[in-house]
Design a protein around this ligand. Structure first.
Ligand code: FMN
Length: 231
């Protein structure tokens, strides 16, 4: 059985990490259960010029699947930024065979499978995770599918990876992140390192995506690892 990964895109900066992550997860033969907040869609438009219709989502809105009908210049822009390509399998250290499937759920669809603990998953990633979503999760006041799925992962003691991005951090942010960590979530801020031979933005994106993949136990060769090339 394929690994089942829940991915939520919320309204933090850095949505390009999520686009790249989906590509890596699918090529690693993971089924991806995707949901996107309203603010997440706004940031996808602002940062990547991607128009995502949350009510009628199609994979090509995130430059996945059949992209033949899309504007070529937009494709080139996001592909060069995120490293999206048809050769994506070269980011994995093991052959995976069949790619995974992408399943999409509207963020208000509280009847979706991922709203229940009985739907077995191998973890959830919120990337980017807005400070607003993070606060809602740690204070247990959830109203949408993203909050509910995160709550399920905490109560079922499954891996929940939060990828916040904000700077500077207020005391409220810091306290909420501490609480998230105390409750069992992995707080993995979108803070790329610069020690892996960075040649461009793609290497910074892949640094974060590799750390998320590592947390999910997905073998990958997205970046060269510290000590890997030393004698
Ligand atoms: C272009 C843009 C960038 C944003 N960047 C961030 C960010 O980096 N971190 C953050 O916590 N909020 C950021 N926000 C604000 C959130 O989108 C806002 O708090 C929103 O209510 C979050 O809703 P959500 O958690 O349901 O996605 C940004 C908003 C916009 C429009």
């Amino acid at each position: 059985m394929k690994r089942q990964i829940v991915l939520a895109i919320t309204g933090g900066s850095g949505v390009v990490y999520a686009v790249r992550l989906i590509e890596v997860l699918l090529s690693a033969a993971c089924d991806v259960h995707l949901t996107i907040s309203r603010a997440g869609a706004t940031v996808l438009k602002e940062e990547l010029d991607l128009s995502v219709n949350l009510e009628d989502f199609q994979p090509n809105m995130l430059l996945l699947g059949d992209t033949r009908a899309l504007d070529d210049s937009k494709l080139q822009l996001v592909r060069s930024l995120a490293g999206l390509s048809s050769e994506s399998s070269n980011v994995l250290s093991v052959a995976t065979g069949e790619p995974g499937n992408l399943n999409y759920y509207h963020f208000n669809r509280l009847t979706a499978p991922i709203a229940s603990g009985s739907f077995l998953t191998d973890g959830m990633v919120i990337c980017p995770c807005s400070m607003s979503t993070l606060a809602t999760i740690v204070h247990g006041g959830g109203t949408n599918l993203i909050h509910r799925a995160a709550e399920v992962h905490l109560k079922e003691r499954r891996k929940l990876i939060l990828v916040p991005r904000e700077t500077p951090l207020s005391t409220v942010h810091l306290r909420n992140m501490l609480m998230a960590s105390e409750y069992g979530a992995v707080v993995l801020p979108a803070m790329p390192g610069f020690y892996h031979g960075v040649m461009g933005i793609r290497d910074l994106i892949d640094f974060i995506v590799a750390r998320i993949a590592d947390q999910l136990g997905i073998e990958n060769a997205l970046i060269s690892r510290w000590g890997e090339n030393s004698t």
